[in-house]
Write a new protein. Sequence first.
Length: 246
Amino acid sequence: MIKTTHDIFLKGALTIEQPSKGYRAGTDAVLLAAAAASFPVPTALEAGCGVGTALLSLGFLRADSKLRLTGLEKDEAAWSLAKANAARNPLKGELEFVLGDVLTPDEAMLGQYDLVFSNPPYFDDDRAIRDPDVSRQTAYILGAPLDAWIKGMLSIATPKGRFLMIHRADRLPDILAALRGKAGDIGVCPVRPRAGDPAKRVVVSARKGSRAPLRLLTGIDLHPPVGEGRFSLAYQAICDGGVLAV
């Protein structure tokens, strides 16, 4: 039986059960949900939703009875936890979790969602991570090139739908290459540990079928200068339920 912990998000508004070892939702899920909440869309799907942290956070942030949210997850254990977390944290609107793979989405999903968002596994080369924890390897290894994941996401989006992803900053060239000719109005939001540090993550948004130019955003610093507290004011505001404009 998988050992789990119960962790709180959004100032205790959500309680999320997740494995005590392996991949654990944290900052990336919080930022992804905050960015997703900036789009007033009626339907949204999270590709690779894990235990449902970002999707449930989005549902809480939007608090819209007309919102339809779908979580797509291929790992059955994570999918089961996501459903349990949904029952534990009742939200307004329609919510479902589907057992499936964004790399091979069901035909009924194609072109159906106004927003498709994701925090994909960070590596698509199994030589890039060496960890004795099998569950951690599974969560961090994509099993296919990143552009295949992005292609799957775009196939699920409506013709003018929104794309949203948080990923490692060093993969930004690959993300932009995968979006070229397929989406525009790309917004790149750098996520830095502290002011002056190189970005470790990027939040990338785009509109499918658009030809609008790329926008490089100011970005966000997660922590203040050393000795001035744990989180920056901007990131603390997001943890408390704020939105990240992308």
